[in-house]
Design a protein around this ligand. Structure first.
Ligand code: ZN
Ligand code: ZN
Ligand code: ZN
Length: 379
């Protein structure tokens, strides 16, 4: 068996183990990152049903139900090599009844992928009203949360790619250009530097920086503006980058509080990175960043959690947030991105991805976190 097929078999067995512990009879995996993680490949999710059903007591008998017209795409796939049985259905047939027929009559509880469109879950439930559906996100997240060495290599290489983009910021960011113009150039650079696509490009200048998920607009960037640049996307293997730096555009009269706030956020971010170690709780990392910002009197302006897990999705488990008492374990990968958002004025966020190592955080991003003033480049 190929390595990829062996990985699939091993992951399906681990998933079945977590499902048994949760008293779930079958896990129903939808197209998307969970399917990609388990079988190395995914397909588009649409109105035609595709589902991988993993029985918790017989993971080696997993069944993939899919439209007949898409069967060819799986020829020679690791999923096929791993012995997953493919059951196809034709337009006009009822795939929900077909799936339930494959799984038998004595199903009690099914865990359903968080990425399954509600319409499919609804039809499945209608086809078997006594089936107890529950979300599978945490079961699958349990597996995906701890990265294997080759996954950490992917995160490091896509991290290096996004660092190269940040280091080139002076090529694009300057007064007189709109956020959209700068964002378009950055998006192209993401692909040039090794991303499959630019998934998100936030260029939030001046007061727009106070909104953490502002993307980019027609606002013309001015001299002296702070600019939050939060960018990332997947590499060809599907692993994501996500890194934020807050720059200052040279000239003009910067907000008198900006340098102080930038230094505060930098200090908070480094405090949280330093707090990472196996056994520390996820919420303690949030606390480490928040304490620094609260003590300086800016607590009410730190309006987000400190971070999120990352891998095949940009946001996944574990979440670095108050209330998450889960102890960190080696291999967990997540962002550390405290910020201060001053409405009507500016925002500052600094974000790196870290992986929990035996001794502490291993940074996947190494571009400078000090304040960088972007000078107008001579062309
Ligand atoms: Zn976000
Ligand atoms: Zn980000
Ligand atoms: Zn992030």
């Amino acid at each position: 068996m190929s390595t990829a097929a062996a990985t699939t078999t091993e992951r399906l067995r681990r998933l079945a183990g977590t499902a048994r512990d949760a008293d779930v009879d079958v896990v129903l995996v939808a197209p998307g990152p969970d399917l990609a993680y388990l079988v190395g490949r995914s397909v588009a999710s649409h109105e035609r049903l595709t589902l991988l059903a993993v029985p918790s007591d017989a993971p080696d008998d997993a069944v993939m139900i899919l439209p007949a017209l898409e069967r060819g795409g799986w020829d020679g796939s690791p999923a096929e090599a791993a012995g997953i049985r493919f059951v196809t259905w034709l337009d006009g047939e009822d795939p929900y009844a077909a799936l339930l027929g494959e799984l038998g009559d004595d199903l009690g509880a099914a865990a359903v992928d968080d990425h399954l469109p509600f319409l499919h879950a609804f039809r499945l439930q209608s086809a078997r009203p006594e089936l107890r559906l529950r979300p599978a996100g945490e079961l699958i997240g349990e597996l995906r949360m701890r990265k294997e060495p080759h996954e950490i290599e992917e995160l490091a290489s896509v991290g290096a790619a996004i660092d190269r983009v940040h280091r080139r910021i002076g090529e694009w960011l300057r007064a007189g250009r709109t956020e959209n113009e700068v964002a378009a150039d950055i998006a192209a650079a993401l692909v040039e530097e090794g991303h499959r696509t630019a998934d998100f490009v936030i260029v939030a200048s001046g007061p727009n920086g106070a909104s953490p998920h502002h993307e980019a607009s027609d606002r013309v960037i001015e001299a002296g503006d702070p600019v939050v640049v939060d960018i990332g996307g997947p590499n060809p293997a599907g692993y994501n980058s996500d890194s934020t730096r807050t720059y200052l555009v040279a000239g003009g009269v910067p907000d008198p509080e900006f340098a102080l706030v930038h230094e505060l956020v930098r200090t908070a971010q480094r405090a949280a990175v330093a707090a990472v170690r196996p056994g520390a709780t996820a919420e303690s990392i949030d606390r480490a960043a928040r304490e620094v910002i609260e003590q300086a009197g800016y607590g009410e302006f730190f309006i987000t959690r400190t971070g999120h897990g990352i891998g095949l999705e940009v946001h996944e488990h574990p979440y670095i947030v108050a209330g998450n008492t889960r102890p960190l374990e080696p291999g967990m990968a997540f962002s550390i991105e405290p910020g201060v958002y001053l409405p009507g004025r500016f925002g500052v966020r600094i974000e790196d991805i870290v992986v929990v190592g035996d001794e502490g955080a291993v940074l996947m991003n190494t571009s400078a976190v000090d304040l960088i003033t972007v000078q107008p480049s001579v062309e």
